[in-house]
Design a protein. Structure first.
Length: 320
């Protein structure tokens, strides 16, 4: 943390390579979308608690009939005394498919007394509406972030701080999605919630970093370079960023562990949150400041060149 500025290009290369890798993985493996974003059906089937019915056998029977990969989760319905199996499949159910699947399950497990509790299907038209609203919300959030950071720290860090913060936020969300795809999870409403959490974490980290830059600009010498300002600010705010990151990471880990113990699916939100929080710490300490300082140095270079061109000496030389 003592000389972050000297390694700025290394950090930029690492981040660029990671983002390219995520894009390639998404293209090769295909975007893994959950029910809410990719469409499909959720069916809830109940059977007598006294009957032994393995979820794996239920899943195999459903896959054999539908010809599609399905996931099955077991739940206990205490009021009715029945055990419920929640079936999720990435295809829409027609009335014939719905009745045929129930008949296939009844024939495969005649003693279980399987009943269909509910079946919900999400169709492409509904997905398009949801995606449109999500994109609009994301664009508005990005604009608000740009204005908030850019205007708040305009005097101390320039409006470029808002642009850089927006870039690092997108960087963190993209890498968390890459981890989700690599581990085989589906990106559904849980990932949208995880991405919102990562965006908030990235915003808070940016505020901590630029607060330190603003404070150090006041107390450091006017002759201090942008690199020196960056190194001092990152060293000052790194403990705060680390404590904040550890707190959020522990929360994500605890949620994942408790979910596994209680057999509740929360890993599809805990994993991207954990990955995004760690990426946000890296971005705040390495990437954000690197982009901002390079931008500032470039602006200073342009300003110096313009001032030199307008100076009397340069005009005198041009006359000669």
């Amino acid at each position: 943390m003592k000389n972050i500025a000297a390694k700025r290009k290394i950090f930029l290369i690492i981040s660029a390579a990671a983002m390219v890798l995520v894009v390639l993985v998404a293209v090769v493996m295909g975007p893994s979308m959950g029910l809410e974003l990719g469409g499909g059906t959720v069916g809830i089937y109940a059977y007598s608690t006294g009957t032994t019915l393995a979820p794996a056998d239920f899943e195999n029977t459903a896959e054999e009939y539908l010809g599609e990969d399905v996931t099955v989760q077991e739940l206990d319905n205490l009021p009715t005394g029945m055990t419920q199996l929640v079936l999720t499949v990435a295809q829409g159910f027609t009335e014939d498919t719905q009745q045929g699947l129930l008949q296939a399950l009844t024939d495969a497990f005649p003693d279980a007394g399987i009943e269909e509790s509910s079946v919900s299907t999400v169709f492409p038209a509904e997905i398009g509406m949801l995606v449109t609203r999500f994109v609009i919300a994301a664009v508005l959030a990005g604009v608000l972030l740009l204005l908030f950071i850019g205007l708040r720290y305009k005097k101390a860090a320039g409006f470029s701080s808002g642009v850089v913060s927006l870039i690092t936020m997108l960087h963190d969300c993209l890498l968390s999605y890459g981890v989700l795809v690599l581990l085989g999870f589906r990106a559904g409403s849980a990932f949208v919630a995880a991405a919102a959490t990562v965006c908030c974490c990235s915003l808070i980290n940016s505020v901590i970093l630029y607060d330190a830059i603003r404070e150090n600009r006041r107390v450091m010498s006017v002759n201090a370079t942008v690199a020196e300002l960056l190194n001092q600010s990152v060293a000052q705010c790194a403990p705060k960023l680390l404590a904040f990151t550890i707190l959020l990471a522990l929360g994500a880990v605890c949620a994942g562990v408790v979910g596994m113990v209680l057999d509740v699916t929360v890993l599809d939100i805990a994993v991207p949150v954990l990955a995004g929080v760690l990426c946000a710490f890296y971005s705040a300490t390495c990437l954000n400041g690197a982009l901002w300082s390079l931008w500032q140095e470039r602006q200073q270079g342009k300003a110096a060149a313009a001032a030199a061109a307008k100076s009397p000496k340069s005009k005198g030389k041009s006359k000669k």
